[in-house]
Every structure is written in C-alpha cells, then in structure tokens.
Ligand binder design. Structure first.
Ligand code: NAD
Ligand code: IPM
Ligand code: MN
Length: 351
C-alpha cells in the first residue's frame, strides 16, 4: 500500500513543527508496513512577499490527487491575516469540501491544566466544527467606505447540506463515544441561521434516540468549558463558534501546542487536511521551542483517517507515554525547557 501526502509547512512555527515531525512519518510507514510518497510545498508568506501570492494558481489541482494534506500554520506579522489566510488555508478547506472539522481536547496524564482540580483524563471532549460556510462563507459581503456613515456587511450562510453534514458527523461521534451531544448556537440573537441550525439538530436527533442532546448558547458554552470542562463529550458548532470553542478547549487541556485537528472531506472524493489548531505564533517563532505535539497528534489523526488505525494508535500512545513521564523532554509551554526537535526525537524513540 502506498499513500501520497502533501506537506504544507506554511509560516512561522508551522515550518518548525512540520519539519521536526517529518521523520515520524517515515517511522510510521516503517512500523505500519506501508509506503509513503510525500511532497513538501514551500507555499506561504515568504512566497507572497517574493511572488505576490501565497500559492501558485494551480495549487488546488496540484493537491487534488493526494490522499491527505498535512499543514503547519499560516500567518505573518508583516502581512494582513485576511490576505494570508484567504490566500492559502481557507481556500483549501473550501475547495476540497472539508466540511467536517474534528478537534479533540484531551487533558493527558502528566499535563497540568490552568484550571484547578482536574487530573489527566478528566477533560476529554471533541468539537465538531462546521468548516466551510457559516460566518466564514463570505457570500455577498461588501463595504461602503469613505463616507461619514461607512458600513461593512459580513454575511453568514447555513445550507441544509452543510448543516446536516456536520450535525450528522457529530451525532455519529457521540454514538461512538458517551452518547452525549452539546449543540452550541446563538439562537437568541441570530434568528435565521441559528434557529435553522437548531431545527436541523432537532430533526437529525430523531435518527439518534441513543444520543442525549443538550442545547447551550455560545456565551454560556464558553463559560461552561471553563467551569465544567469534564462534563462535555461531543460539541457541535458553527464555523466561528467552533473556532473560538477549540482555543478554549486547547488551553483548558494544557496548551495551544497540543491541540490537533482534522478537516475532513466526508464523501472522500478529495483529500482531507490535518493541522494543529494553533497558528504561526510569531511571538515564539524562530527559537525552536514550539510544542510539536499538536502536529504529532494531527499526524495520528491523518493515519487514522487513511485506515492505518494501529499506527495512529501507537503515535497517540507515544504522546501519552511521553507526557506521563516526568523525565521526558517538554517544551516551555508545558513548563519544560526542551526544543521542538528533542520532543519529537523522544516520541520517535517511544514508537
Ligand atoms: P497562535 O495560535 O499562533 O498563538 C497563540 C498563543 O499560543 C501564542 O502565545 C503562542 O506562542 C502560543 N502557541 C501557539 N502554538 C504553540 C505551540 N505549538 N507551542 C507553544 N506555544 C504555542 O494564535 P495568534 O497569535 O492569534 O495567531 C498568530 C498568527 O497565526 C496569525 O497570523 C493568525 O492569523 C495565524 N493563525 C493561523 C492558524 C492556522 O494556520 N491554522 C490558526 C490560528 C492562527
Ligand atoms: C483555526 C484558525 C483559522 C480559522 C484562521 C487562521 C482563519 O484560527 O484553524 O483555528 O479560524 O479557521
Ligand atoms: Mn482558531
């Protein structure tokens, strides 16, 4: 069996965590008895500064044939974020219909939460984030600028197909876990999209009598992710709300540097993309101290998606074993002083 994987390191610590994690892919192939064909594309902000675009014109055609995409992070302090992200990462999620974004938050044994009173395993939930429309749809957005009464219009779009796809994926996940789903919306203020979303959840719930559904407004959900993160199992939310909830999920389970994600093309006709939840972190970039575990865990999710579940589990377990080991190397976000590379080397030794 041969899998093809395109690697997009991107910018800042994205490049650091991807380049450090790269050898782990070959270890995984060796352990799993399959072949990998990988290609690294140096797209991103440096390219933008030199050539005026983040990716070449045929980037989507170039990525289409791959079995999966591994992405680092995108974002540069000298270029507006809407230019870089709309030039590289967001168009990939859209072009390949990566409608389902799966983002687990796990407090591992040996990791300290900034919240008091939680031990390893206490926090273990997954957010299903709608990933290609909602508040990121960009349809019909426009501005009337340069007048005393300037206006900028940003629309949100919820299609039946998109909403049902993420909601069904979340119900399936809940069914395979503890059978509890939290539906996060803002139906008290957003009477069109969010009320429609709630109705879709209600309808789909009829097919999942074994799943209990709880409804929370996004402000209260944000509060409860801090107050009682141990009580959540699966959460489902729109694009923007899912984005915000997953940064909260990352930090309550220890660090932005440990949160992985999968952007899944459910129908399987185009590649899915795996990436850490964090960004390019200009505040620590260039120092070799970024935590690579979010990327390592994203690689585990990548192999799981390709059907190599044993290898995926072994990588996940190597991370668990490293974090449970008080003598193992840790990056500064976890209270240690190790480098990105030292952490990956230690993971490789545990595989
Ligand atoms: P960020 O996630 O880059 O950083 C937030 C904080 O978390 C920073 O203090 C950073 O040092 C820390 N952090 C993040 N990843 C870490 C890691 N692996 N190890 C240790 N600490 C880590 O978010 P930001 O500062 O809001 O954004 C920086 C840039 O990244 C912006 O240009 C933003 O648009 C972009 N961004 C890109 C993505 C992506 O490509 N998927 C995601 C988020 C932000
Ligand atoms: C993420 C990021 C992106 C998002 C940004 C950089 C556009 O925050 O992947 O969480 O909002 O999806
Ligand atoms: Mn985010």
């Amino acid at each position: 069996m041969t899998y093809s994987i395109s690697i997009l390191p991107g910018d800042g610590i994205g490049v650091e965590v991807i380049d450090a994690t790269r050898p782990l892919l070959d270890d995984a192939a060796h352990a799993g008895g399959f072949e990998l064909e990988t290609t690294r594309y140096d797209w991103g902000s440096e390219r933008y500064l030199e050539a005026g675009s983040m990716m070449p014109d045929d980037a989507i055609e170039t990525l289409e044939p791959y079995d999966a995409i591994l992405l680092g992070a995108v974002g540069h302090p000298d270029i507006p974020d809407h230019v870089t992200l709309r030039g590289m990462m967001l168009p990939i999620r859209k072009a390949f219909d990566q409608q389902v974004c799966k983002r687990p938050s796990v407090l591992f044994d040996g990791v300290e939460s900034p919240l008091r009173g939680y031990d390893g395993g206490d926090i273990d939930f997954v957010v299903y984030r709608e990933n290609t429309e909602g508040e990121y749809a960009d349809a019909g957005g426009h501005e009337h600028r340069g007048y005393p009464h300037e206006v900028a219009v940003q629309t949100a779009v919820y299609t039946r197909q998109g909403t049902e796809t993420i909601v069904r994926a979340a119900f399936e996940a809940a069914r395979s876990r503890e059978g509890r789903l939290t539906n996060v919306t803002k139906s008290n203020a957003q009477a069109h999209g969010m009320v429609f979303w709630d109705e879709v959840v209600e309808e789909v719930s009829a097919d999942y009598p074994d799943v209990t559904v709880e409804r929370l407004l996004v402000d209260a959900a944000s509060m409860d992710l801090v107050r009682r993160p141990d009580e959540f199992d699966v959460l489902v939310a729109s694009n923007l709300f899912g984005d915000i909830l997953t940064d909260i999920g990352a930090i309550v389970s220890g660090s932005m540097g440990m949160a992985p994600s999968a952007n899944i093309n459910v129908e399987g006709h185009s590649p899915s993309m795996f990436e850490p939840v964090h960004g390019s972190a200009p505040d620590i970039a260039g120092r070799g101290i970024a935590n690579p575990l979010a990327t390592v865990l994203s690689v585990s999710m990548l192999f799981d998606h390709l059907g190599e579940s044993e290898v995926a589990r072994d990588i996940w377990r190597a991370v668990e074993s490293q974090l449970a080991d008080a003598d193992a190397p840790r990056t500064p976000d976890l209270g240690g002083s190790a480098t990105t590379e030292a952490v990956v080397e230690d993971i490789r030794a545990r595989l």
